[in-house]
Design a protein around this ligand. Structure first.
Ligand code: PRP
Length: 189
């Protein structure tokens, strides 16, 4: 425990305004979500398939999965949204498919953030069309002000305002993904 406490938390750089959600709060919330998932899937007969959406979900998926006691399998999928930026286009393209055969399995899609909702809406429909038993979603963060398409979210970590955030998997131009906290990026960056 002492070793864990002595790990230095990286300080904010000039690009960042403030820490929005600190590392301890994230860990506590992830543990709560895992507990709920363990309860909800307690009776499944086949392992739950956790599908992390690359790249942003990799840290959330790693922390969440290590707190799960229900049998589970880890998989990944990669998509890209053409024209992403200030306005999301809704044009989602599959870049890399899952390795597992999802048929007859319960699937939990693991995302770092829900913004417009286009990515999750596409993935939920895509997985449902593959003969899965059920498809649910978990997002660490959601920005209600940015929703364009409605998506059913089963497990939400935090609801945040419409600011650009980085850390805990989320990047700005591939930077800041490994920060242990969620920080707000300066608007001018
Ligand atoms: C982010 C995030 C989600 C998506 C959410 O991915 O990880 O997948 O955007 O946005 P939406 O709700 O508007 O569809 P991004 O395209 O930044 O790629 P990355 O995960 O590889 O960083």
């Amino acid at each position: 425990m002492d070793n864990i406490r002595s790990i230095a938390i990286p300080p904010l750089t000039d690009d960042l305004v403030r820490v929005l959600i600190d590392a301890e709060t994230i860990q506590r919330r992830v543990a709560e979500l895992a507990q709920q998932i363990n309860k909800d899937y307690a009776d499944i007969t086949e392992p739950l398939i956790l599908v992390g959406v690359l790249k942003g979900s990799f840290i959330y998926l790693a922390d969440l999965s290590r707190k799960l006691t229900v049998p589970h399998v880890i998989d990944f999928i990669a998509v890209s949204s053409y024209g992403k930026g200030t306005v999301s286009s809704g044009n989602v393209r599959l870049l890399m498919d899952t390795r597992e055969n999802l048929e007859h399995h319960h699937v939990l899609i693991v995302e770092d953030i829900l913004d417009s909702g286009y990515t999750l809406d596409y993935l939920v429909r895509y997985f449902k069309a593959r003969g899965t038993k059920s498809v649910q979603t978990t997002v660490l963060l959601e920005k209600p002000d940015r929703h364009v398409v409605p998506v059913d979210l089963a497990y939400v970590g935090f609801t945040i305002p419409d600011v650009w955030v980085v850390g805990y998997g989320l990047d700005y131009a591939e930077k800041y993904r490994t920060l242990p906290y969620i920080a707000e990026l300066k608007p001018q960056v």
